[in-house]
Ligand binder design. Structure first.
Ligand SMILES: [Zn+2]
Length: 547
C-alpha cells in the first residue's frame, strides 16, 4: 500500500528543491556576470536576463507550487547552455567551454581531487600540445630567489593570480627538466595567446599555450623570481634565480624583452651540479683513440688546448669534461668564465663582468699572480686575451680555452686574422679540438633503411654493398621527434712538427687541412659517417650538423 505523502513532507520536498534551484541559479548568475565581463566586455544584458529567470522562478513557485518548479529545473540549464554556446563564439580559442580541451582540463581537475590523476592521464593522454600535465607523482620543486628566499606560491605578499602563476612556473620547470630542455621561451604569439617553447637537443619545440592573461601572470611571477621590476615592461631586464628539484640544482638566467604583443621571457637552465661533465672525456661520445690522444695532451705540464665549434656545439661541456680529469688536489686550477656554467669542487672560478671592467684579459693577468697550474679561459675573443693566454701556456701553465671557429684548421687562420703572431701559436698551442653535437636516434622508434647509392658514392662505399643505417621516426618516448639526447663529433688536430713548421709561412686553410690529415686527423665528417654507420644517428641529422 502506498501512503500518500503528508502535507509536511510535501512542503519539505518542495522547499528543498526550491532552495537547491535558487542556489544553483545564484551561482550561475555570479559566474555569468564574471564571464560576460571577460568575454563580451560588459555583463548588464546577461545579468538582466538571468535575474529575470530567478524572479520568475520565485514568483511562480509562490503562486503555483511544484509544477512550475520542474519547468524551471529545465529552464535554468537551458538558458545557461544557450549563454555558453553564444559566449564560445566570442571567446578566445584557449578559453572555449564547449571544447575537448576544456572537457579534459575540467575532468583532470576532478580526477586530481579524487586522487585518480594517474588513471585519468592514462585514459585521456594529453594531445599533441602535451600541456604541462605529467604522469606519476611530481617531484618536489623549490624556486629560490638570488638572496635565498623561497617563492612557493603560498602567501608571501603575492596576490592570488601571481601565486597561481608561480605554481604554473613550477609545472613548467618540471616539464622542461623532464624533456632535458636547456632553454625555455615564454612569449606572446598574438593578443590572445602565449606559447612556451623549450630547446631540446638544440631544437626549439612547442610545449604548451596559455591564454594571454595567464601568460602575463606567468611572466610577472618569473620577474618576481628574478628580482626584476614588475612595473617596467618596456625595457629589457635580466635576473637570475635557482630551481631545486630533488637532488638536482639549476641556475637560471632570465631575460625579459618587450614585443609588439607584450613582454616575453627567455630562460637559460644551467645544470649547476655539472651532472654531465662528471663522466669525463669518455662520456661525451668521443672515439677511444681521440680520448687517448687528448688525455696525453692535457696531462702535460704546459701547453694549450683550444676547443672550437659554433655556438651550442657543446664546447664548454667538453672543456669541463677534460678539466674534470685533472687531479684537483695536486694542481691549482683557476677558471675565468662568462658566465660560470658549471660549479666544480676544488676549483676556483671567476666570472667576467664587463660592466665592472673585469674582462677576460684583466682577470687573466691577476690570475697569473695566483700561481695556477691549469687555467680555463671561457673564450678567446680578442688579440689581448689570446696573447696573454699563449704566454701563460709557454711558461709552465696548461691553458684550456674555446674559440668560435668551424673546424680545427680554421682556428689557426682565425688566430692569425685577429693578429696573433704565428711564432706564438707555434710554440703555445698543443692541439685544437673541433666539435659538433648530433642528435641520437630514439632507440624505441628508429627505423632500419638501406643506405642510398648516392650517399654510398659520396662516402666511398662500394655500390653493390648492402649497408643498413637507421632513420628517425617519432614516438611518445621521444616527443615525436625521433631523437633522444645528443652526442659529439670530434676532430682533433695535434700540433706536431709538420704543423708547426707550416705555420711560419702563413699557410692556407687547405694546406693545414692536408698536413693534419696526413698526420692522422679524422675530420668531423668522418666522425659523423662513423656515427651513422654505427646506427647512432641518421644521415639527415649528420648532414644537418656536419656539412
Ligand atoms: Zn621515439
Amino acid at each position: 500500500m502506498i501512503v500518500p505523502p503528508s502535507f509536511g513532507e510535501h512542503l519539505l520536498w518542495t522547499g528543498g528543491l526550491w532552495v537547491a534551484l535558487a542556489s544553483l541559479w545564484a551561482a550561475i548568475c555570479m559566474w555569468v556576470d564574471r564571464d560576460a565581463r571577460k568575454v563580451f566586455g560588459q555583463a548588464l544584458p546577461w545579468n538582466l536576463i538571468f535575474a529575470a529567470i530567478g524572479v520568475l522562478l520565485f514568483v511562480a513557485t509562490w503562486q503555483a507550487g511544484l509544477g512550475p518548479l520542474v519547468l524551471f529545473a529545465l529552464l535554468v540549464p537551458a538558458f545557461t547552455l544557450g549563454y555558453v554556446a553564444l559566449r564560445d563564439t566570442k571567446a578566445k580559442p584557449t578559453d572555449k567551454i564547449l571544447s575537448a580541451t576544456f572537457a579534459r582540463r575540467s575532468g583532470r581537475k576532478l580526477a586530481v581531487r579524487l586522487g585518480l590523476e594517474r588513471q585519468f592521464d592514462r585514459a585521456f593522454p594529453a594531445g599533441a600540445s602535451g600541456g604541462l600535465t605529467r604522469t606519476g607523482p611530481a617531484p618536489r620543486i623549490v624556486l629560490l630567489k638570488k638572496d635565498g628566499t623561497t617563492v612557493d606560491g603560498k602567501g608571501g605578499g603575492l596576490d592570488r593570480e601571481t601565486s597561481q602563476a608561480v605554481k604554473t612556473v613550477q609545472e613548467m620547470f618540471l616539464k622542461a627538466v623532464d624533456l632535458r630542455a636547456t632553454d625555455i621561451h615564454c612569449e606572446p604569439k598574438n593578443n590572445e595567446e602565449y606559447v612556451v617553447r623549450c630547446r631540446i637537443d638544440g631544437i626549439l619545440q612547442n610545449i604548451v599555450a596559455f591564454p594571454a592573461d595567464e601568460g602575463k601572470a606567468v611572466i610577472s611571477a618569473m620577474k618576481v623570481l628574478g628580482d626584476m621590476d614588475i612595473a617596467e615592461k618596456r625595457r629589457p631586464q635580466d635576473g637570475t634565480f635557482t630551481v631545486l628539484m630533488e637532488d638536482r640544482r639549476f641556475d637560471v638566467r632570465a631575460a625579459s624583452a618587450p614585443t609588439s604583443f607584450g613582454e616575453k621571457m627567455a630562460l637559460r637552465l644551467l645544470d649547476a651540479d655539472g651532472g654531465i661533465v662528471k663522466g669525463g672525456l669518455g662520456a661525451i661520445g668521443m672515439k677511444d683513440s681521440v680520448v687517448a690522444n687528448l688525455r696525453e695532451i692535457i696531462q702535460q705540464p704546459h701547453g694549450m688546448l683550444i676547443v672550437c665549434g659554433p655556438t651550442g656545439s657543446g664546447k664548454t661541456t667538453t672543456l669541463y669534461s677534460a678539466l674534470s680529469e685533472i687531479d684537483v688536489n695536486s694542481k691549482n686550477i683557476i677558471t675565468i668564465e662568462d658566465p660560470i656554467e658549471y660549479r666544480l669542487e676544488g676549483i676556483s672560478q671567476t666570472a667576467v663582468n664587463v660592466a665592472a671592467e673585469l674582462t677576460f684579459a684583466k682577470i687573466l693577468r691577476s690570475t697569473l699572480r695566483q700561481d695556477p697550474d691549469v687555467i680555463l679561459i671561457g673564450e678567446i675573443r680578442d688579440k689581448e686575451t689570446a696573447e696573454i693566454a699563449m704566454q701563460a701556456a709557454m711558461t709552465g701553465h696548461f691553458v684550456f680555452t674555446t674559440l668560435h671557429a668551424n673546424d680545427a684548421p680554421t682556428t689557426i687562420t682565425r688566430l692569425l686574422d685577429i693578429g696573433v703572431e704565428a711564432t706564438l701559436i707555434q710554440s703555445a698551442v698543443s692541439a685544437v679540438l673541433a666539435q659538433r653535437l648530433v642528435r641520437v636516434l630514439c632507440p624505441k622508434c628508429k627505423q632500419a633503411v638501406q643506405l642510398s647509392d648516392e650517399i654510398k658514392q659520396k662516402w666511398g662505399i662500394a655500390a653493390g654493398k648492402d649497408v643498413t643505417v637507421y632513420q628517425e621516426k617519432g614516438c611518445p618516448s621521444c616527443n615525436g621527434t625521433g631523437f633522444r639526447g645528443r652526442t659529439g663529433l670530434h676532430e682533433l688536430m695535434i700540433f706536431d712538427n709538420s704543423i708547426r713548421e707550416l705555420l711560419i709561412g702563413r699557410p692556407s686553410m687547405q694546406t693545414i687541412r692536408q698536413a693534419s690529415r696526413k698526420g692522422g686527423m679524422k675530420t668531423l665528417l668522418e666522425a659523423g659517417v662513423g656515427k651513422v654507420l654505427a646506427g647512432i644517428t641518421s644521415v639527415s641529422e649528420m648532414q644537418r650538423v656536419a656539412k
